[in-house]
Design a protein around this ligand. Structure first.
Ligand code: FCB
Length: 477
């Protein structure tokens, strides 16, 4: 690894000796292809559902698209140098399916694969472990035109694509995750329609969720056959779900939302079954006729690791007669069969997304997965926060974001202390980027991006994180 140019330590790190993380803890940062690459019509890339969606009027804030984004496609070597300067041990990126297999089936696009070969070589050359996500929401448009994730065939196409990427990059990438946050793909993409492709049908969302997991299982089998030595996993977004009170109706609302948000994916992937209560809750929506014999065995194909994205907690209450949920993320159709559950805010500090800041929820989430589901190594594959940033004298002093990272890393440390096999942490995100339907209005980066000049400015949180990595730990408090 090249010696990073280290900025001075800031704030909390000066308060005492480091609280160490286990040796070899994988410190990283994450991004996703459509959010940073740009070059949407270059190098043989064809449109994905996110190109179509973002170019459709009214779908994203101010009509923002990922056409240019952070222009990472052209600036990749500089961006990798920036990662090395921060001392990152690993970088989690996603491969753009429509860049490497533009039609969603059939031949690969050599120019697309070549971009990722160069990225991986650049990372390895700087001693940074590549962590590859196969699917971060950019389904090739031709596959959506053929039915999208609600169509069973999409799962088979995904496995073919996985094989094609493994053949090109399997000799140099050790860590592979199949899907990023299948809940979002299924329930925001096909349920609420807040994400691409913007469809709104609860039964389709449930079918999409199943076929995403089927695609995951088939892809794991294809990857395992191609690269027996690879470390394979999936990334799910999890939330503790608390009832607003002890009242049985509130407790039941929490059970329902926990079923849809968490257990819908954890149970099939890690236990090989759908929970009975979830099937019951969904009975008015679907008869699960799309689940075929053998599917759950494929979906629960053994893994080497589980990736968890954590941002916040849900607190929910029983429906109130005549009241319609309105909130953007919590739009009723994200929760088929449980549309009228109310999401309650607690009045605690929130980020610029209005997501409540709840670091103890990370400990609970990690402990739960370990206790109830698996002994596998766990990784936090995303955690971070959006705040409004100001550039003052060429600097961005993002104290709120720094505090968010600090509190969540303390939570990660507490989970390790309690016996959770947590092996790594990826900050979301390396760069400010295209935040889906929010366009460029929400900044999650440790590195500020000036979208006019494409200048990168490491924020205080980035300099702080570099120190955490260098010390392999946090200051005692
Ligand atoms: C996650 C996504 C990621 C980013 C963060 C803020 O749900 O995986 O792409 O949008 O949220």
């Amino acid at each position: 690894m090249t010696e990073p140019t280290r900025p001075p330590a800031v704030g909390v790190l000066d308060q005492g000796p480091a609280r160490p993380f286990p040796p070899g803890f994988l410190w990283g940062a994450a991004t996703a292809a459509y959010q940073i690459e740009g070059a949407a019509a270059e190098g043989g890339r064809a449109p994905s559902i996110w190109d179509t969606f973002s170019h459709t009027q009214g779908r994203t804030i101010a009509g923002h698209t990922g056409d240019v984004a952070c222009d990472h496609y052209h600036r990749m070597p500089d961006d990798v140098r920036l990662m090395a300067d921060l001392g990152l041990r690993s970088y989690r990126f996603s491969v753009s399916w429509p860049r490497v297999q533009p039609g969603g089936s059939g031949a690969a696009n050599p120019e697309g694969l070549d971009f990722y070969r160069r990225l991986v070589d650049e990372l390895l050359g700087h001693g940074i472990e590549p962590w590859l996500t196969l699917y971060h929401w950019d389904l090739p448009q031709p596959l959506e035109d053929a039915g999208g994730w609600p169509a069973r065939d999409t799962a088979a196409r995904f496995a073919d694509y996985a094989r094609l990427v493994a053949d090109a990059l399997g000799d140099r990438v050790r860590y592979w995750t199949t899907l990023n946050e299948p809940w979002c793909s299924a329930f925001l993409g096909y349920g609420s329609g807040a994400h691409a492709p913007g469809r709104t049908d609860g039964a389709d969302a449930v079918r999409a969720g199943h076929h995403l997991m089927l695609g995951h299982g088939l892809a794991v089998r294809a990857l395992r056959a191609a690269r027996p030595d690879a470390q394979l996993g999936i990334t799910v977004n999890l939330y503790p779900v608390d009832p607003a009170s002890e009242a049985p109706a509130d407790v039941d609302a929490a059970r329902r939302i926990d079923g849809l948000a968490n257990r819908f994916f954890l149970d099939p992937v890690l236990r090989g079954s759908y929970p009975d209560d979830l099937r019951g809750d969904l009975a008015p929506v679907t008869d699960f006729g799309h689940v075929r014999d053998g599917d759950l065995e494929i979906i629960s194909t053994p893994l080497d690791l589980v990736g968890i994205n954590y941002y916040s907690r849900h607190v929910v209450a029983a429906p109130v007669e005549g009241e319609q949920p309105q909130d953007y993320w919590r739009a009723s159709t994200c929760w088929p069969g449980s549309e009228d559950v109310r999401f309650v805010t607690r009045g605690i500090p929130v980020t610029d997304m209005d997501w409540e800041i709840d670091a103890p929820g990370l400990v609970e989430t990690l402990e739960r997965v370990h206790r109830e589901y698996t002994d596998l190594p766990l990784y936090v594959t995303e955690n971070g926060s959006a705040f409004v940033d100001a550039v003052v004298d060429g600097q961005v002093d993002d104290v709120d974001r720094l505090a968010y990272f600090d509190s969540h890393l303390r939570a990660a440390h507490a989970a390790i202390d309690s016996g959770v096999p947590l092996r790594g942490y990826f900050a979301w995100s390396l760069l400010d980027n295209f935040e889906w339907a929010w366009g460029y209005t929400k900044r999650f980066g440790m590195v500020y991006v000036d979208y006019d000049s494409q200048a990168r400015i490491p924020k205080s949180s980035a300099r702080w994180y570099a120190e955490v990595i260098r010390r392999n730990g946090l200051a005692a408090q």
